[in-house]
Design a protein around this ligand. Structure first.
Ligand code: NDP
Ligand code: 8X3
Length: 260
């Protein structure tokens, strides 16, 4: 794969990760795509091959399983080890209950996925970037939930605060290797996120995006592409982006609130 950059995107079977895959394929990248749903990974692989001639390596594993992450990354062939960009996107909210009533299993899933999964894969990919001595870029998908807490957000917010802290800390340690570390911190984007948060309750999930225009997965992928496509001397540390209806995690002006 001479002269073609490689991006590894976690959680590419849906939403933001899938849109990032399309965005990077369109811009000539070869892709390592991960997720648990093999059928979706392979459908995307086929789509990108037909549309852009993209060479894709689909890796199907649960990012919470440290041994599975190690097995897949440690057995990459030499040409696929040459990862230029890592997009740590796989993540989720599970449950939306007051702290005192929350399901501890939901907490485990969010912590294991959003923090530990990100750590497992970054810890393996960063040394590959360092070994190549060709720089590199890690983009962590944080959230507005990592900037401020909101009712019933507790553990999800805590995981995204952790992503924010890890982004800053990784940037410091990787600085001397000229590896950029950035984050993108979105507000409400309509993906499968709310379906997952509400455990398949489509009515509740749909209501999250009613009365205003939410962001799309493509909006976030555009921001990720902006971050990654800056000149070599420039590091975008973070982009916080929201729908125009959303000022923060707390303040909204939905269509019905607009002063006419
Ligand atoms: P989606 O539910 O649409 O996509 C989530 C992706 O993460 C899927 O590809 C899923 O793949 C993957 N994933 C989840 N759990 C695991 C796991 N255990 N192992 C491997 N992959 C996993 O949601 P979004 O696209 O919205 O979410 C992507 C990221 O964006 C998340 O980190 C989320 O927290 C963040 N975010 C989302 C916002 C939004 O409003 N949508 C706003 C701010 C941040 P599979 O199920 O196939 O494993
Ligand atoms: C997802 C956005 O506001 O539901 O991170 O936490 S929010």
């Amino acid at each position: 794969m001479p002269n073609q950059k490689i991006a590894l995107i976690t959680g590419a079977t849906a939403g933001i990760g899938q849109s990032c895959a399309r965005q990077f394929a369109q811009n000539g990248y070869q892709l390592i795509l991960t997720g648990r749903r093999a059928d979706r990974l392979h459908a995307l692989e086929q789509e990108l091959s037909q549309q852009y001639g993209t060479k894709t390596l689909a890796l199907c594993f649960d990012i919470r399983q440290r041994a599975a992450v190690e097995q897949h990354i440690n057995t990459l062939s030499p040409e696929w080890q040459a990862i230029d960009v890592l997009i740590n996107n796989a993540g989720l909210a599970q449950g939306l209950d007051e702290f005192q009533n929350a399901n501890i299993d939901d907490w485990e899933v969010m912590i294991d996925t959003n923090i530990k999964g990100l750590l497992y894969i970054s810890r393996l990919v960063a040394p590959l970037m360092i070994k190549r001595a060709a720089g590199g870029h890690i983009v962590n998908v944080g959230s507005i939930a990592g900037k401020m807490t909101y009712p019933k957000g507790h553990v999800y917010c805590a995981t995204k605060f952790a992503v924010d802290a890890l982004t800053q800390a990784m940037r410091i340690d990787l600085l001397k290797h000229r590896i950029k570390v950035s984050s993108v911190s979105p507000g409400a984007a309509e993906t499968e996120f709310s379906i997952v948060r509400y455990k398949g309750d489509l009515d509740k999930a749909t209501r999250v995006y009613e009365g205003y225009t939410p962001m799309t997965a493509e909006d976030i992928a555009d921001a990720v592409w902006y971050i990654v496509s800056r000149p070599a001397h420039l590091c975008i540390q973070d982009i916080v982006l929201t729908p125009v209806a959303q000022a923060s995690a707390h303040y909204w002006a939905k269509d019905a609130d607009i002063v006419k």
